[in-house]
Design a protein. Sequence first.
Length: 107
Amino acid sequence: MSQLPVFAIRQLGMLFQMVNPGPGDEQVLQVGSEDSNVPGGVDWVTRWQELTNDMLASEGHVLRLKIDGVYGPFTEQATCEVQQLIGVPVTGTVNGHLWAECYGRTI
C-alpha cells in the first residue's frame, strides 16, 4: 500500500471539512483579501496559502509563503506561479475553478 504525501493528507482533511473545495466562483481572492474580510467565516486566504506552498514544494520550489491570512503581493506572485504550472490563465486571483483544479492535483 502506497502512502500519500503529508501535504495530500493535510489537504484531504481540509477538503472533508468544507462543503466546497474553495470559495464560490463569485468570491475571488485577490490582493487585499484577508481571512477576516472573506465571506463565509472560513479562512480561505490561509487555506490558499497552505495549498499554494504544498503545490509549489511538490514541484521543487524552495521558497515558501508566510501563512498569515493576508493576500498580498507575495501570495499574488505565488498564485501566478501555480496558474502557470497547471496551465490556466495567469490572473493572480483565485476563484472556485482554480481551487477545484488545484485540489484535483493534490489529492
